[in-house]
Design a protein around this ligand. Structure first.
Ligand SMILES: Nc1ncnc2c1ncn2[C@@H]1O[C@H](COP(=O)(O)OP(=O)(O)OP(=O)(O)O)[C@@H](O)[C@H]1O
Ligand SMILES: [Mg+2]
Length: 303
């Protein structure tokens, strides 16, 4: 058996003349958590839907759990778990009925079905509320129920498309604890997210931009790929300081506001020019990494 749960080779999907996913090649190791990042409309959901066997590629290949995404899509659907960006719950059914519905889709035997439903209620912390309508649950509970529905058949590979959008920080943390626990028992995850703190905890990351995979690696590896030095200047008025820098003589590659500070990318050695601004040399964050790659690809930045 291959060490990879997912491999793709120049996977491409067009909608009319839009190339939503453009020759994406990727590999996801068994038992790992793969974070899939990219701006809105960059092709994350389209890639995930192709890998789940619910959308046909225009060209290129992909294998999930050793199965071909174009020719063996039905087998893939029965073996994987998929939580769509919209969660896919039936709001007018109860929590229990939602789980029963999904258990029914996977043809689990009666005994297994009962056991798994109980386990999922337990995992989501929903045992006491199973007769409530799913539509009445708040975001965090809905999200955990949706995960329960997606993994009721114990899939080896799970795709989660922005599972934590619109969910409060505490619920996000609880959700990730469940993911870690499952990953530790060998389940492979591909998770799309806009949250950098979540990305930080993935084993491997892929950054997609306008349909193209533009950077991959572990969070640590990616941070090392930024050339030069990252500086930070704390200020009450970052906008004003940014304008000041732009109209001054100091040379820098990029500068952007990040909370109550300015982050500045400079070539090695240029940091000295920033001593007068009390700039500190910082380690790059993942946010810095993605700003860098996005600007590099949109030609706003040159190496
Ligand atoms: N069924 C479709 N028909 C036409 N265009 C589509 C379809 N699905 C997606 N697209 C287009 O493909 C591109 C990629 O969309 P996709 O939904 O994969 O992005 P995304 O990265 O998931 O974005 P978001 O972060 O907003 O969820 C977008 O330009 C989108 O408008
Ligand atoms: Mg999407």
């Amino acid at each position: 058996m291959s060490i990879y749960a997912v491999t793709t080779d120049e996977l491409t999907r067009q909608f009319g003349n839009i190339i939503a996913v453009n020759e994406v090649s990727m590999k996801i190791k068994h038992g790992s958590i793969y974070g899939f990042l990219g701006p809105n409309g960059s092709g994350k959901s389209t890639t995930i839907r192709m890998l789940c066997g619910i959308l046909e590629p225009t060209s290129g290949n992909g294998q999930v759990l050793g199965l071909d995404i174009a020719r063996e899509s039905e087998a893939i659907k029965s073996k994987i778990g998929y939580m769509s960006q919209k969660f896919g719950l039936y709001e007018d059914l109860t929590i229990l009925e939602n789980l029963q519905f999904y258990a029914g889709l996977y043809n689990l035997s009666k005994d297994v079905r009962r056991k798994r439903i109980e386990e999922m209620l337990e995992m989501a912390g929903l045992s006491a509320r199973q007769k409530q309508l799913a539509g009445n649950l708040s975001g965090g509970w809905k999200q955990r129920l949706a995960l329960g529905c997606a993994i009721i058949h114990k899939p080896a590979m799970v795709f989660l498309d922005e599972p934590t959008g619109g969910v409060d920080p505490l619920s996000r943390r609880m959700f990730w604890e469940i993911i870690y626990r499952l990953a530790a028992t060998g389940t492979t995850f591909m998770v799309s997210t806009h949250f950098m703190d979540e990305a930080e905890h993935c084993d491997e990351l892929g950054f997609i931009y306008e349909g193209k995979m533009i950077a991959t690696g572990t969070p640590g590896q990616l941070k090392k790929t930024i050339p030069g030095k990252m500086l930070e200047i704390g200020t009450e008025n970052p906008m004003k300081l940014l304008e000041e820098l732009r109209s001054s003589q100091v040379v820098f590659k990029d500068a952007y506001i990040c909370g109550a500070s300015l982050r500045i990318l400079v070539d090695n050695g240029q940091e000295r020019d920033f001593e007068k601004f009390s700039a500190q040399v910082m380690s790059p964050t993942l946010e810095d990494v993605f700003v860098y790659y996005a600007k590099l690809n949109s030609k706003e930045l040159t190496v």
